[in-house]
Structure formats: structure tokens, C-alpha cells
Design a protein around this ligand. Structure first.
Ligand code: GLU
Length: 313
């Protein structure tokens, strides 16, 4: 697969960033009130290659919360810690075609369809709590930090408190899961950890680096030992590809063709196996909870750089 020189890549990335900046569709998320305080005009794009070279455009210093992108990291952690049978008892791997916060429809095995929707991520979080007990927050955040390539991650406490105060819908989902005996731990404990994961602060550079690590056999860009085992990566990327973009997932694979995960704060992570990690941030999101600018950026990069996994060379 031919890799562009850095200057040529930069030309393409700059052009895509400029073009996507013209889009102002969508609105900032308001159901987590603290997220509504963001400047809607912010826009950042980072692309990282396997050498660790980073191309940055726009507000790349601005940090935002992971929100649903944390579902990729939580599932990775669970895949590293539990055998398949245990995980599969709690959460499946089928796309739902439903909204991210759909009040659950369980599959025929009486478990959430996949770990990329809220119900599945809450089930995954429960497994982490069972495994790590009182250390679950510290252990999972250390794991997330290793994947992102940072010493330590910070949590936006205001966003965390805001979601904790208002998230009756997630509370309803968690109670239903507990009713079906999918959650072992008390609802409030599971949700406290789930919201904490969602409130981890990152920049687009962090997302691009994370994306490149996942695109690079689990090895940090620029060199270093793998932070995930190959089996975890295979499973994680498969589920991210088929379920990461919620009710847009099929169309996403059709048009863009690489694993990606969006979040309601406006972050979008792209993982282009063997080639790039892509991080986009723009706080206006559509009714599916994805940033229209972010979607456009990933679509245009896929087309211009021939990134679809089934594209002919
Ligand atoms: N914390 C959000 C929630 O659970 C994450 C949703 C998202 O980013 O799609 O509602």
C-alpha cells in the first residue's frame, strides 16, 4: 500500500480540513448540560502515521471528553481481562441499527447487542468493576492512558457531575440490565465508573495517536512494545467497524470503510489499519450523535487517500 510523503499528506489533510470547516450543521449536545457550554465553532483535526509524525489543523490544543469513544477503550480492557465466554454472556457483537441510548432491546441470548451502544458499554463497565473492585477507576484509566500513550489522563469533573445529575436514561438502561441479571454490581456504582470513562479528557492528537496504535498492531506509533495482544485487537477492530457508528454503521462501512467511533462531545476517532490514526473534534453533532464535520473529514480522507479497507490499490 503506498504511503504518501508527509508534505503531500499535509496538503490533503489541510484541504479536507478547510473544506469540512464550511459545514455548520448539527447542534451542541444539551442532554449533558455541561457539554452545552462549549464554543460550537471549535474545530480540530489530527492525523498520525506509523512513524509518529502528526499533522495538526485547527484547535488541536482544546481538550474535550471522550464520551462514547471510551466504549472502545472499555471493551479493549475487558477483552484483555476476561475469556470470550464470560464476555459473550454479558454482551454480544451484533450491530443494532438503533440509537446509542436506545432503552434496551436485548438479543435472543438476553444480553445487549454490542459494547458500542450504552447498554453494552454499561455491561462492560460492570465486568471491570467486578474484576477490579475499588481500584476499577484507577486501573481502567491507567489502561486507557497506556493505549493513548500518556502517563496519566485527567477527568473533566464538571462534565462528570453534570452527566451524573441528569442521566436518567442511562439509569433506566442500567436498572433494566440489573433486572435481567447482566449487572452484578449496584447500578450507581456501575454508572459512576461508566460516566467517569465518558468524562476522560483528550485532544485530537490523543485520538490520532490512539487510532494509530490500534491501526499498528497495538504498537505505539514511532516504536515501542505492543499495548494490546493481537487477539484483542482483532476482536476490538471488528466490533468497532461494524457497530462503532451506531445506526449509521452500515452506511459508514459502505462509504468510509475503516473502524471509527464517535462521541456526543463531538470527537471522532478513525482507525485506518496499517496506515493512520485520525482524530477530529467539532462539537456540533447530528441526531445520531456524530459530528457532521467529523464525518465529512473521515469520508473525504477515505476517498482522497484511498483508505477504504476494500478499495483496490
Ligand atoms: N456519556 C454519553 C451517554 O452515555 C455517551 C454517549 C455518546 O457519546 O454517544 O449518554
Amino acid at each position: 500500500m503506498n504511503q504518501l510523503s508527509l508534505p503531500s499528506l499535509k496538503t490533503v489533510v489541510d484541504e479536507v480540513f478547510r473544506e469540512a470547516g464550511a459545514i455548520d450543521a448539527g447542534n451542541v449536545t444539551t442532554y449533558i448540560p455541561e457539554l452545552a457550554r462549549v464554543d460550537p465553532a471549535l474545530f480540530a483535526l489530527s492525523v498520525c502515521d506509523a512513524s509518529g509524525a502528526m499533522i495538526d489543523c485547527g484547535d488541536t490544543r482544546h481538550s474535550f471528553t471522550l464520551q462514547s469513544i471510551s466504549k472502545v477503550l472499555g471493551y479493549a480492557c475487558v477483552l484483555e481481562c476476561f475469556d470470550d465466554e464470560t464476555i459473550m454472556r454479558h454482551v454480544g457483537v451484533e450491530p443494532t441499527g438503533e440509537d446509542f441510548d436506545s432503552i434496551i432491546k436485548l438479543d435472543r441470548h438476553k444480553r445487549p447487542f454490542n459494547p458500542m451502544v450504552n447498554a453494552g458499554a454499561i455491561a462492560v463497565t460492570d465486568l471491570l468493576l467486578t474484576r477490579f473492585g475499588a481500584e476499577a477507576a484507577e486501573r481502567s484509566l491507567d489502561f486507557f492512558a497506556r493505549l493513548i500513550g500518556k502517563e496519566k489522563l485527567s477527568v473533566d469533573e464538571a462534565v462528570l457531575a453534570s452527566e451524573q445529575r441528569t442521566s436518567e436514561r442511562n439509569r433506566a438502561i442500567a436498572h433494566l440490565l440489573r433486572n435481567f441479571k447482566i449487572l452484578e454490581n449496584p447500578v450507581e456504582d456501575v454508572l459512576a465508573l461508566y460516566f467517569r470513562h465518558c468524562a476522560v479528557e483528550v485532544t485530537t492528537c490523543d485520538l490520532a495517536r490512539l487510532g494509530m496504535t490500534l491501526a499498528n498492531g497495538g504498537c505505539p506509533p514511532g516504536g515501542g512494545d505492543p499495548v494490546l495482544c493481537p487477539e484483542t485487537l482483532r476482536k476490538l477492530l471488528s466490533v468497532t467497524l461494524t457497530c462503532g457508528m451506531y445506526n449509521y454503521a452500515g452506511q459508514w462501512v459502505f462509504e468510509v470503510g475503516f473502524p471509527a467511533k464517535s462521541g456526543v462531545s463531538g470527537g471522532l476517532l478513525g482507525i485506518v489499519p496499517g496506515r493512520y490514526g485520525i482524530g477530529v473534534f467539532s462539537p456540533r453533532v447530528d441526531e445520531k450523535g456524530s459530528s457532521p464535520r467529523g464525518v465529512r473529514v473521515q469520508k473525504r480522507l477515505s476517498a482522497k487517500l484511498n483508505l477504504h479497507m476494500f478499495a483496490p490499490d
